[in-house]
Design a protein around this ligand. Structure first.
Ligand code: HEM
Length: 90
């Protein structure tokens, strides 16, 4: 894995739900993205996008628009890889 990517556990991801001044992160395809910078650009609006904040977004994302190439769109927002709970290094 690329050394500049964080290793993020589900419980760490859960903290990053966009509330209390925190950024909103989501996991898609095993990668973790900071979606806060993307919020103003989401065609489906802020409320819809943030439904995936702090958790694995695959189900919601694919229910709506499985054809959208999120990894291409969010390449600048890619910050980590989702790992199992015990695997955190921080
Ligand atoms: C529309 C990207 C997450 C709900 C769109 C479109 C893009 C996009 C590109 C336009 C699609 C088109 O017109 O063909 C993303 C990205 C996401 C994300 C990069 C990364 C997390 C979500 C989530 C939800 C959602 C989690 C809902 C829970 C919607 C809805 C639309 C939409 C409802 C349709 C808006 C409309 O046509 O009026 N999104 N989306 N999106 N998205 Fe997302």
């Amino acid at each position: 894995d690329a050394p500049y990517l964080l290793r993020v556990t589900p419980s760490q991801l859960k903290q990053m739900n966009g509330r209390k001044g925190r950024d909103a992160w989501t996991a898609l395809g095993g990668m973790v993205y900071n979606i806060s910078p993307y919020v103003p650009f989401h065609p489906g609006g802020k409320g819809e996008l943030l439904r995936c904040a702090g958790k694995d977004g695959n189900k919601l994302f694919n229910e709506i628009h499985s054809w959208v190439n999120y990894d291409n769109m969010l390449s600048a927002c890619r910050i980590g890889i989702l790992v199992e709970e015990h695997a955190s290094t921080t």
